[in-house]
Design a protein around this ligand. Structure first.
Ligand SMILES: *[C@@H]1O[C@H](CO)[C@@H](O)[C@H](O)[C@H]1NC(C)=O
Ligand SMILES: *[C@@H]1O[C@H](CO)[C@@H](O)[C@H](O)[C@H]1NC(C)=O
Length: 340
């Protein structure tokens, strides 16, 4: 082969690699060709915008104020807890928001667990929710709640973690326990997390390539157990729509979410101190024994390590129990806000 051919082949290879590994720029909301800005947004400390939505009674007359954090591939429209009758009865104001990169919130390529906690603090300030508010996080939104307990606990009146996603690499887990749970996952999920944790530069390629199966959560066929299939049949189609959630692109929404959630954390939730040791407020964690996405064995271990967390283990409940019916939503709200 002449050197000219080799150079041409090399350039071709580089061009292919560049295309395959580099994610395309996000389609920013409000930019030319990007999705439209339709709801209210606040402007954050670094110029990014955060889109939000208000539910329940007006904040001016509300007795309780809650910020709601959505899960993976979801958005501010994931707010079914706001349909609980208790919202009117108890006087609850709820704010949901699109996490950075989702829906109409600007992407945050520097996103960390801490930055999202600070975004939430700013959201509370700009919406004048007062010195303290409650926080509820579902599934991957639970990771954001751990971040709030670490970085803005002085702003919290109480916190609820609903089927929160764990990170298998939190050092507090005994390695035999986390390893056992890790290998119970589908092989394609083990691979998806391995890539996210060990080779984040490969994440875009991995999640767009056609040779190996993708994460079961991204393809919409995770390990749902019987109780989840029942819930899903009931709420068919009413879950937050993935198209809206990822309208700015998959990389700064889904892929970034996985990189932050399953990457290296600056702290281990299992080392957190009780933020309410000397004042009022409580932290609750709900988890179903039939959760096929987040192993109950790991959640139990966290609850054991953190006795100040009120752990509610639900028999015969899956990952989606909070959407099941109004009794689940009522129980979460009344337990969090009044302790019973
Ligand atoms: C992990 O090891 C500890 C200590 O050796 C043991 O008590 C525990 O049962 C083991 N757990 C599992 C899931 O193997
Ligand atoms: C699916 O979930 C069940 C119930 O939690 C669990 O026993 C099983 O190991 C899970 N399977 C996979 C592949 O994750």
């Amino acid at each position: 082969m002449s050197w000219k051919v080799i150079v041409v082949l090399l350039i071709g290879l580089l061009a292919w690699a560049y295309q395959a590994f580099c994610p395309p720029s996000p389609r920013i909301c409000g930019s030319a060709g990007g999705p439209a800005i339709e709801g209210p947004r606040i402007k954050l400390r670094d110029g990014r915008h955060l889109a939000y939505m208000e539910h329940g009674v007006p904040k001016e007359i509300a007795k309780y104020k809650i910020i709601l954090v959505h899960g993976f591939g979801s958005s501010k429209h994931e707010a079914s807890i706001a349909t609980s009758e208790l919202v009117e009865k108890m006087g609850i104001h709820i704010v949901s928001f699109d996490r950075p990169g989702y829906g109409q919130s600007d992407p945050d390529p520097k996103r960390t667990i801490k930055s999202t906690a600070l975004d939430i603090e700013e959201l509370g300030d700009q919406l004048e929710l007062g010195p303290k508010f409650y926080i509820i996080g579902n599934s991957m939104g639970g990771q954001v709640v751990w971040g709030c307990l670490k970085y803005i606990s002085h702003r919290l009146a109480g916190a609820a973690l609903i089927a929160p996603v764990v990170n298998y690499w939190w050092p507090g887990f005994p390695s035999n326990l986390s390893t056992e749970a890790y290998y119970q996952q589908f092989p394609q999920d083990q691979w998806a997390l391995r890539v996210v944790h060990r080779a984040p530069w490969l994440v875009y390629w991995w999640n767009t390539q056609k040779w190996f199966p993708h994460s079961s959560v991204i393809t919409g066929k995770p390990n749902f157990t019987a109780p989840d299939l029942k819930v899903l049949a009931k709420i068919a189609g009413s879950l937050a729509n993935r198209g809206y959630a990822t309208q700015q692109g998959l990389y700064e929404s889904l892929h970034r979410d996985m990189m932050v959630g399953f990457g290296r954390w600056d702290f281990d939730p299992m080392n957190l101190e009780n933020p309410f040791a000397d004042r009022e407020g409580s932290v609750h964690l709900w988890h179903g024994t039939e959760d096929g996405l987040v192993p109950v064995s790991l959640q139990r271990y966290i609850a054991e390590k953190l006795p100040w967390i009120q752990y509610h283990e639900l028999p015969n409940a899956g990952h989606m129990f909070a959407y099941a019916d109004n009794s689940a939503k009522d129980a979460i709200l009344s337990t969090l806000l009044t302790g019973d």
